[in-house]
Design a protein around this ligand. Structure first.
Ligand code: ARG
Length: 487
């Protein structure tokens, strides 16, 4: 038995070694692996080509983590200092061209630690004590994202300010308001622009609210069960500018709500932008003709010499698809994922990055379009007058003077039909004509053939009466100042 046993231990009995495996010790997780990953897997799973965007967050977060580890005596204060200095050098180096050229690291976290080791030596081996990339990625994205949300807010505010400037440039301009893409009722140009201001104001509110949920500090969650090193999470949150702490470690490892929240807010914002774009594409077409887009934001045709195309607005309209696509991508990605972390979740980043860039680019583009667009008030007014869009004003005036509304509606409908058949525009009617048409009309009611008379009657809060619009635009201006102060 003993002989047999010792025979087993003779090296020549052991199976021959496979060819030297790829090094696994350069991974953050190499120890348990006899073999390194295949090239196909490395390429398929690596995220460095996109998560490098998070390097500043990763460095700043790791510096704060070093200080946290010093508080629980894993590092001395001096060691934490050295690590922090070396990390600062990593960040500086990352800003120089070519930094990533030869990097083969799996992700941004691995890269930062490798670069740290190159500068701080074996001391760097302590930095990942009690830390998981699952919480680290949450920290990095949250830290980075709040800055991007703020940038988006700033760009939205700039666009809203441009809308108010556009309104102020044509305080008396009347344009047709549409339903079913048919001229419906006259409105002030400023009233129309203020409608978009309100949409973007809601977008701003949403972004502020989302930011509150994004800006929570997740470190301390460990891989999923919470850290066994009771470092001061609150101090770390304060150092990193977070408003509060996450409350459950499993939730942190499993959660991407904050990404989806942001994408939802951006998608809705982009939807508003796409509608503005569509309106202005129409209004600036030859068929409408009452808005002129600047040469600066339009382009020509390589074949048709006369063309001036609204490409800037078309691209904004098109980019909505990307942003909404990103939203649905991450919504689908997270559906049914078992708690807690799953590598699927790495797929949230590219859509997020892409959507933010598209949203920010579209906001800046839209501001540029609004800044440079010129209204042709006379053409817009003609569009109002030709379309009998004052008909409602007339019917409501009849109702005010005692005709039941349904009868007034019928009567004005007949007036419009007769006029259209006779090719007679509103301005061609006299008071006497009107009364001759039907005694329910009093001669002075002819003033409603002028769209400004009807506008004045829409004097409710939120209506298009000139004094209401002046009020609303002034209030919008001060709300804008308040939004700016919150940044
Ligand atoms: N790259 C990962 C992500 O974006 C974070 C790292 C966690 N990786 C892991 N294998 N646990 O979600």
């Amino acid at each position: 038995m003993r002989i047999l046993y010792s025979l087993l231990l003779i090296p020549w009995v052991l199976p021959a070694q496979t060819p030297t495996p790829a090094k696994t010790t350069d991974k953050l997780w190499g120890g348990r692996f006899a073999e390194g990953p295949s090239q196909v897997f490395e390429q398929f799973s690596g995220s460095l080509h996109f998560d490098r965007k998070l390097i500043e967050a990763d460095v700043v977060g790791t510096q704060a983590y070093a200080r946290a580890l010093a508080r629980v005596k894993i590092l001395t204060t001096a060691e934490a200092e050295r690590i922090s200095t070396a990390l600062g050098q990593v960040l500086d180096a990352s800003r120089r061209p070519g930094f990533y050229d030869k990097a083969t690291d799996e992700d941004i976290h691995s890269l930062v630690i490798r670069e740290l080791k190159e500068r701080a030596g074996p001391l760097a081996d302590k930095i990942h004590t009690g830390r998981s990339r699952n919480e680290q990625i949450s920290l990095d994205v949250r830290w980075w994202l709040r800055g991007e949300i703020d940038l988006t807010r700033r760009l939205a505010i700039d666009l809203m300010s441009a809308l108010l400037t556009q309104a102020a440039a044509y305080p008396e301009a009347v344009v047709p308001g549409f339903t079913h893409t048919r001229r419906a009722q006259p409105v002030l140009w400023g009233h129309y622009l203020h409608a978009y201001f309100e949409m973007f104001a809601r977008d701003l509110d949403r972004l502020e609210e989302v930011r509150r949920r994004v800006n929570l500090m997740p470190m301390g969650s460990g891989a999923l069960a919470g850290s066994s090193f009771d470092y001061d999470r609150a101090a770390m949150a304060r150092e990193l500018g977070f408003d509060g702490l996450t409350r459950n470690s499993m939730d942190v490892s499993a959660d991407r709500d904050f990404v989806i929240d942001t994408l939802h807010a951006d998608a809705l914002l982009m939807q508003h932008l796409s509608r503005l774009a569509e309106d202005w594409i129409l209004y600036s077409s030859d068929e409408f003709g009452w808005l002129e887009l600047s040469d600066k934001v339009t382009s020509g045709s390589s074949l048709m010499p006369q063309k001036k195309n609204p490409d800037s607005l078309e691209l904004i309209r098109g980019k909505y698809g990307r942003v909404f696509g990103a939203y649905t991508a991450v919504m689908s990605l997270m559906k049914g994922l078992p708690l807690t972390y799953n590598r699927d979740m790495q797929e949230d980043k590219e859509p997020l990055f892409d959507a933010l860039a598209a949203t920010q680019g579209s906001l800046a583009m839209a501001k540029n379009v609004v800044d440079t667009a010129k209204l042709r008030p006379a053409v817009a007014l003609r569009a109002v007058e030709e379309s009998w869009s004052i008909a409602t004003d007339l019917a409501e005036e009849l109702a005010r003077r005692g005709t039941p509304f349904h009868q007034a509606h019928q009567l004005v409908g007949r007036l419009v039909l007769t006029s259209i058949q006779a090719g007679k525009k509103p301005a061609a009617w006299t008071g006497a004509d009107l009364q001759a048409f039907d005694p329910a009309f009093q001669p002075d009611m002819v003033k409603f053939m002028n769209p400004f008379e009807g506008l004045k009657t829409r004097n409710v809060l939120g209506g298009t009466a000139p004094e209401r619009v002046i009020e609303a635009l002034a209030a919008a201006q001060s709300r804008l100042a308040a939004y700016r102060l919150k940044l």
